[in-house]
Design a protein around this ligand. Structure first.
Ligand code: ADP
Ligand code: MG
Length: 345
């Protein structure tokens, strides 16, 4: 075969392989867009575990009608404009890949009305073919509909699991989001029935009382009752959140939530530091439970490691590891000594 430029739709479908693994990845990308748009309330309607339908409605800033085609174009984003911006990026998205990828493997529609505009507009994409922008009566904010995920990619569709399993993945991701953003209201429905509602606190994470309530809502009352509050800063790093007392240990690593600058991530080195900190106080084979927020200068952490953005790379990984270890180790030691855990005054 001669070398040829692949058509856009195919390029998007190939990229979708990295961004869209299953319905939960679609929910993640769309909800992150809603958060980046400043949404205070997000409605998530699902059918058949999200395979048949994912509809996400937000009350964020919205998209101008004229920009709808750009929103579904590859590498088009309103979040960065230069490499320097990438160094300091504070939004969850920045690659301009999610919407075109999702739209290339589903029956997709995007409707939006900017705050302050009189009416909205919508655009459909079917299997990558982009339709015309048409006016549409809509409330302020954005609604994205994704139907029949992978209907045109049988190889991918085969890997989808039972409705309940896919729904479980979505709920797990929403739980992790709910922990990080108690200031946002989330309402979920499945097959036409309300299934989950996280009420908004009206404030961000700093009001302990409320954040604790959401901790109970998401991880169960038992976790909230015994969790130790941690809040410690040093060397430009801050670690705050809750760690479970050793007696609350788990048979699996099912309650381990780590956020770096507000982004839920998995990090081997931090996970290792936590394990080390618990090493002396946990029985073999038991797993600690925690909800930890690590904050640091965005320039000290690279978030552009993988398209799905589950991973980050720290400039000084050793420093981060030792800081996490030391903070948790001291907190746990304090409780054994009968003192309060580590919370900076
Ligand atoms: P990214 O989030 O990386 O910028 P996306 O493909 O997810 O890329 O979205 C493309 C663009 O569409 C965003 O940069 C944003 O301007 C716009 N957009 C997407 N979803 C929303 C939304 N819910 N509200 C407002 N704007 C949105
Ligand atoms: Mg995005």
């Amino acid at each position: 075969m001669p070398i040829q430029q692949l058509p856009d739709t195919l390029v998007n479908q190939i990229a979708a392989g990295e961004v869209v693994e299953r319905p939960a990845s679609v929910v993640k990308e769309l909800v992150e867009n809603a958060l980046d748009a400043g949404a205070r309330r997000i409605d998530i309607d699902l059918e058949e575990g999200g395979v048949r339908l994912i509809r996400i409605r937000d009350d964020g800033i919205g998209i101008a009608a004229g920009e709808l085609p750009l929103a579904v174009a590859r590498h088009a984003t309103s979040k960065i404009a230069s490499l320097d911006d990438l160094e300091t990026v504070a939004t969850l998205g920045f690659r301009g890949e999610a919407l075109p990828s999702i739209a290339s493997v589903s029956r997709f529609s995007l409707g939006s009305r900017r705050q302050g505009d009189d009416h909205g507009a919508a655009l459909s994409v079917d299997g990558g073919r982009i339709g015309e922008v048409a006016p549409k009566p809509l409330p302020p904010g954005t609604t994205v509909e994704v139907r029949d995920l992978f209907y045109n990619v049988p190889a991918r569709r085969k890997f989808l699991r039972k409705e309940r399993t896919e729904l479980g993945h979505i709920e797990e991701w929403l739980r992790s989001l709910a922990l990080a953003r108690p200031d946002v209201e989330l309402r979920v429905s499945h097959n036409g029935k309300p299934s989950r509602r996280y009420r908004s606190s009206g404030t961000a994470l700093d009001r302990d009382g409320f954040a604790l309530a959401r901790l109970g809502e998401t991880l169960g009352e038992d976790f909230g009752r015994q969790a130790l509050r941690v809040d410690h800063a040093a060397a430009g790093l801050r670690l705050h959140g809750w760690i479970a007392q050793p007696a609350y240990s788990r048979a699996s690593a099912d309650q381990q939530y780590l956020y770096v600058n507000g982004r839920a991530v998995r990090d081997r080195s931090v996970a290792h530091a936590v394990r080390q900190a618990y090493a002396d106080v946990l029985f073999h084979g038991r797993h600690p439970a925690y909800v930890l927020f690590l904050e640091l200068d965005p320039a000290r952490v690279d978030v552009n490691v993988h398209p799905a953005k589950h991973e980050v790379r720290f400039r000084d990984a050793r420093l981060v590891h030792d800081f996490v270890y030391r903070t948790l180790h001291d907190s746990l030691a304090d409780t054994r000594a009968g003192n309060a855990p580590l919370v900076d005054a």
